[in-house]
Design a protein around this ligand. Structure first.
Ligand code: GLA
Length: 767
């Protein structure tokens, strides 16, 4: 049993954690412990002691208890106007016109599974248990249900709040968070994923000092700040120490605040962003907040990440692709942009097939007058000039090549220059008295209108049901503007989730990839529908180390779209080796974003071999237990994933020093007593990249840009030295001393030619 209630104490336990709280003499919920798993027992040592209060305290009820002050208590929920001055989870205008509210214990019940939500997506609750604690405002019949769904195996507690207006008057909700929790201060660093377009999910670490750190978005989940947040306690590392993780199953405007109060308590609240939020709740009405998910680990940041990875793979992602290896795809966007014809697409698909791709994705530009990004959005009629046999004809021909067919949509937006906008200008989100502000030349469609939702559902399902489509990329290329208020944006999200449910609920066979100008909508709400999300328009592997590495704190590798594209890179101009682009994208839902004809013949050969290698490690990379391995060097990033008898390690150098020291490769998490074979995947060295350095190995001198060398560069390669060992898990765990990398004093066939942006990939197999 994961939930036990006795004498006003609520004990929620998962495999590795305990979450305990109790009701106080006045009916408030006192947080006792959230952290390592405790055996059932007394709570005296956990109870907050408050014989004396601080000088400036506002006392809750001076006569009854002169030492009871809400500001000083670790709470599970709080209100307004009764002496707690910290960030509040609720701001409510009550029927008496005031914001003062005081929610106290009313009752509790336990249900199996997770009670169904009516407006928003949620984790799948089979086998879980939910505790529902009902609080009631002391002056009005306004009830607040606090729900705690315990995912024992995954070490996750899902929390949310539901407000019920059973009073006679209307309530105005200004703020209603999904949860609030107070923890003792342990010298936390707040970790968030922040950034922007083509540099999403950068790990930002801020020490939590007295005051609040607010992680929020005012245009859906957005590039700027991902809804996830971690609290890393003093001294914790990737593998050790206490780390908390918080996330929301919601892609609308979000806010998570972490506040260290002057008395040494840390409050975390998270939920819908109160930004411009005003929601009227009539008598008899109910308002449900998004589900939040909380985890804690004493096994450091990796422990927190692994809890979330397992949870997301099992309880958030769903459909036929939930646990299936993702197909290797080739997407035509960077190869073609808007310029293509059926024949050129089929040629591209064929080239992809030859390399080993399994799915061909037609991106933007297949409909209406969509030849630039200024026209056609909103229309679903196929452009017959480009695709004379329609999507059906193209899809069948792609299938005949032995590949699956996928298609891009951007259903939430409209160009002024479109048949849809000409017919229904009133369907766009605009303010009647203001000139609209556009994003990527487009307006957003008003998904709060049933007619708009029906239009999208009917058009998309018609295409999905008449063409052989196995995969959909759902894009959303602008931020919001010209909206009424935050409540409108929340209603938009409810409409958006309804549309996704109607389209993809009955079609679980479709693999859905979310996208929003890259990773602008990477959140758990979206992942309840999309099995994977395009992490960023930036496919430069060195940038992806940061983006995918950042996302890996909270999201599993199987959810991160990651492609190999051309070098020099189209956004950073960085010239990286093909092998590095492959090795980094291997830790993702892998694909190609290029025209193979732009590669050198030798690169096509190399890529074909790598894709065939990838099929043997794909399950481990995408679904294995993932860890970020500390290397002690900020310029060396190492990831590993492990499943069954296989472990895959990727080690990438972003910048190498002169006279590099020998590499020490540590493989973590192996059984010390078992024997393993470690094999390095061969990485090619293209001749042209070495210029006059070839003099180290060739008996004859070749000029750096001679015709001979340029011709050789297209067709010839050498392989870098590949390490191989048989060793115990203990030896691999303590570190393998690798052969030396190039240091400018000569060449040996047992050395690595590893410079800036180089990567190594190792496959370790248990005997
Ligand atoms: C966005 C996406 C790209 C591509 C284009 C098409 O930028 O992030 O991957 O689909 O739109 O217009």
């Amino acid at each position: 049993m994961s939930i036990q209630v006795s004498d006003g104490v609520f004990r929620l336990d998962t495999a590795e954690s305990s979450y305990w709280f109790r009701t106080t003499a006045f009916g408030h919920l006192e947080q006792l412990h959230y952290g390592t798993r405790l055996p059932a027992g007394e709570i005296e040592s956990l109870r907050h002691k408050h014989e004396l209060t601080h000088g400036s305290a506002v006392l809750y009820d001076e006569q009854a208890d002169p030492s009871y002050c809400l500001e000083e208590l670790p709470l599970e929920w709080s209100g307004v106007g009764k002496g707690d001055f910290r960030v509040t989870p609720i701001e409510l205008k009550l029927p008496d016109g005031s914001f003062t509210c005081d929610f106290v214990y009313d009752s509790y019940r336990i249900e199996t599974g997770a009670p169904k939500m009516h407006t928003l997506p949620q984790s799948t609750g089979e086998g879980a248990e939910t505790l529902i604690v009902t609080l009631r405002d002391k002056a009005f019949a306004v009830y607040l249900d606090l729900l705690y769904t315990v995912y024992a195996e995954e070490n996750v507690i899902a929390r949310r709040a539901v407000l019920r207006n059973e009073s006679e008057g209307t309530l105005l909700i200004k703020k209603l968070m999904s949860y609030s929790i107070d923890l003792p201060d342990r010298g936390y660093t707040v970790v968030t994923l922040s950034g922007g377009w083509i540099r999403e999910a950068q790990v930002i670490e801020r020490p939590l000092k007295t005051g609040a750190i607010v992680n929020e978005s005012t245009s859906f989940s957005q590039h700027r700040n991902n809804p996830a947040l971690a609290l890393v306690s003093r001294g914790a590392t990737e593998d050790t120490g206490l780390v908390y993780g918080f996330n929301l199953v919601y892609g609308g405007n979000h806010q998570t605040a972490a506040e260290l109060s002057p008395v040494g308590l840390v409050r975390i609240t998270g939920g819908i962003n109160p930004y411009c939020f005003l929601w009227e709740l009539q008598p008899g009405e109910v308002f449900e907040t998004p589900e939040a998910v909380l985890t804690v680990s004493t096994r450091g940041k990796n422990g927190m990440s692994q809890n979330f990875h397992r949870f997301v793979q099992k309880r958030i992602v769903r459909g036929d692709w939930q646990t299936k290896e993702r197909p290797i795809l080739i997407n035509n966007w960077e190869a073609n942009f808007f310029q293509f014809r059926q024949n050129s697409l089929l040629r591209l698909a064929k080239r992809g097939k030859r390399l080993g791709c399994e799915l061909f994705v037609l991106d933007d530009g297949w409909f209406g007058a969509r030849n630039t990004d200024s026209a056609g959005l909103g229309d679903y009629t196929v452009n017959r000039k480009k695709l004379p046999e329609g999507l059906e004809g193209l899809g069948k021909k792609v299938n005949a090549l032995g590949m699956q067919f996928g298609l891009w949509f951007e259903p939430e937006n409209v160009n002024d220059d479109s048949d849809l906008y000409r017919a229904h200008p009133d369907w766009a989100i605009v303010r009647p008295n203001r000139k609209p502000s556009l994003g990527r030349h487009q307006k957003m469609l008003n998904l709060t209108l049933p007619a708009v939702r029906d239009y999208i559902v009917e058009n998309m399902t018609h295409i999905l049901d008449t063409c052989p489509i196995a995969y959909v990329k759902w894009d959303m290329n602008r931020k919001v503007s010209d909206f009424e208020d935050g409540a409108f944006l929340h209603r938009y999200m409810i409409g958006y989730y309804e549309v996704l449910t109607r389209i993809f609920g009955p079609r679980p066979q479709i693999l859905l990839e979310g996208c929003a100008s890259g990773g602008g909508r990477f959140d758990l709400g979206h992942l309840c529908f999309a099995q994977q999300i395009w992490s960023s328009d930036d496919t430069d592997p060195i940038e992806r180390l940061k983006i995918q590495g950042g996302l890996s704190l909270f999201y599993p590798v199987s959810t991160m779209g990651a492609h190999v594209s051309m070098a020099p890179h189209q956004q950073t101009l960085r010239n990286t080796p093909l092998f590095t682009r492959f090795a980094v994208a291997a830790f993702g839902a892998f694909g190609l974003e290029l025209d193979p004809m732009d590669l050198k013949p030798i690169e096509r050969k190399v890529l074909t071999a790598l894709l065939s290698e990838y099929r043997t490690i794909r399950r481990t990379c995408q679904f294995g237990t993932f860890s970020r391995v500390e290397t002690g060097d900020p310029h060396i990033v190492q990831w590993q994933a492990q499943t069954g008898k296989q472990t895959v390690v990727m080690r990438c150098k972003t910048l190498v020093p002169a006279a590099q020291p020998n590499d020490l490769l540590t493989v973590t998490g192996l059984d010390p007593d078992k024997t393993y074979t470690l094999r390095q995947v061969k990485s090619p060295l293209l001749v042209g990249g070495f210029g006059t350095l070839l003099k180290h190995i060739l008996p004859v001198k070749l000029r750096a840009y001679s015709h001979l060398l340029l011709a050789a560069d297209k067709r010839l390669k050498m392989d870098d030295y590949a390490e191989s060992y048989r060793a115990s898990g203990a030896q691999l765990g303590t570190g393998v001393r690798l052969h030396r990398s190039f240091i400018g004093t000569g060449y040996s066939d047992k050395m690595h030619m590893q410079g800036d942006f180089s990567a190594m990939l190792f496959v370790i197999t248990e005997d």
